[in-house]
Write a protein that binds this ligand. Structure first.
Ligand code: FES
Ligand code: FES
Length: 156
């Protein structure tokens, strides 16, 4: 049975008429039309669905809308401001840190979360922090390079 539940996404409050157990991923994509967050495995094994919840990278496929009540959810749609990409997005583009692009949204959000908590990570810290994000195309070296580049440009 649906019930009214409010979630805060990218600084805007949305009233959802939905089962509280609905996944955040489904609510974002189906109810709010924010399709930048991707569905990969659906079971917390790939990271394609990563969003920030109060600044912390979170797999939205296994997070319910009830779980984020009162929290601030941030999706990839929030990063570009007035036509200017976020430094992490810019660095991914400049470095060519993707092939098919499917993992990129989740990778970028996790990287943004990393640089918020640790603006100057070592390579080992990047690899460790990004370990929940899978790239089927094996673009890992360039992804690490992109995050280092974003860190150098002060990107968070
Ligand atoms: S779709 Fe959520 S971790 Fe894979
Ligand atoms: S670029 Fe294809 S999955 Fe990462």
């Amino acid at each position: 049975m649906g019930q009214k539940l409010e979630i805060d996404v990218n600084g805007k409050k949305h009233q959802l008429d939905a089962d509280p157990e609905t996944s955040l991923l489904e609510a974002l994509r189906e109810d709010l039309g924010m399709t930048g967050t991707k569905y990969g495995c659906g079971e917390s094994r790939c990271g394609a669905c990563t969003v920030l919840v109060d600044g912390v990278p979170t797999h939205s496929c296994v997070t319910t809308i009830a779980d984020v009540k009162g929290a601030k959810v941030q999706t990839i749609e929030s990063l570009e401001k007035n036509g200017t990409l976020h430094p992490v997005q810019e660095a991914f583009l400049e470095t060519g840190a993707f092939q098919c692009g499917y993992c990129v949204s989740g990778m970028v959000m996790t990287a943004v979360g990393l640089l918020k908590s640790n603006p100057h990570p070592t390579e080992a810290q990047i690899v460790e922090y990004m370990s929940g994000n899978v790239c089927r195309c094996g673009a890992y070296p360039r992804i690490v390079e992109a995050i280092q580049k974003a860190a150098q440009s002060g990107g968070k």
